[in-house]
Write a protein that binds this ligand. Sequence first.
Ligand SMILES: NC(=O)c1ccc[n+]([C@@H]2O[C@H](COP(=O)([O-])OP(=O)(O)OC[C@H]3O[C@@H](n4cnc5c(N)ncnc54)[C@H](O)[C@@H]3O)[C@@H](O)[C@H]2O)c1
Length: 252
Amino acid sequence: MQLEDKRAIVTGGAGGIGRATAIAFAGEGAKVAIVDLDGEGADAVANEIIAAGGDAIALQADVSSETDIMRVVESAVESFGGVDVVFNNAGIIRRATAIELTVEEWDRVFAVNVRSVFLMCKHVVPVMAAGGGGSIVNTGSGWGLKGGANALSYCASKGAVVNMTRALAIDHGPQGIRVNSVNPGDTNTDMLRNEAAQLGEDPSAFLAEAGDRPLGRMGEPAEIAAAVVWLASDASSYVTGAALVVDGGGIA
Ligand SMILES: NC(=O)c1ccc[n+]([C@@H]2O[C@H](COP(=O)([O-])OP(=O)(O)OC[C@H]3O[C@@H](n4cnc5c(N)ncnc54)[C@H](O)[C@@H]3O)[C@@H](O)[C@H]2O)c1
């Protein structure tokens, strides 16, 4: 059990990479608070974990809202007695160039992908520090480390996540808190299907193209989750400020 007795928060835990990670965390012995805009989806994942003998709570919340984040941290502390691990995973994508993108869309992508990480850290770091430390994993992307077409706000937001991870690692290392980013390549979730729809492309052709990388296929959510379990666990005790790429060799 790599996460025995750890108390974890997973944002965007109702679907995709977040759901797979919440289930993997619970399988490694963690108690998990599943946070999502989709309250019913979060309930379903928590119930699945509880049915398998694990410990989980579901919290409906918008990660871009400070009031919601404060409630999430308070609820996790109330239920579990503290927080040792946070996976800041909730994110959205808008496939558009600077010309097509509206100011409102730019702001929403930054609120969900970037402001959320700041807000969670603002409110959870004091709790973690009081408990002697912890591990925070932020979700970047291959497109936080290189550019991509028709995704200006997303690329900018994920670049911000990768570098704010380094800044957080520097600030909170002395408190025993490690902060790393996991950077997935194309992974088999609803986000990819949503991108195909935004671009007006055939979903099966879009998914096939996502496999164009050295390992010859896109990633599965459980493969990203395995990397997050490692970053969350004491097995990575000397790793902080790192950007771990999990992409089948895509950006290589
Ligand atoms: N799927 C990929 O190919 C891929 C690649 C690189 C990075 N990522 C990143 O991984 C993360 C997870 O992506 P995914 O593919 O699992 O996406 P997904 O769309 O399948 O799941 C995202 C989850 O986040 C939730 N969510 C969205 N906005 C929210 C908000 N404001 N508050 C709370 N919850 C919210 C959604 O309801 C959903 O359950 C995202 O940060 C994404 O940018 C995904």
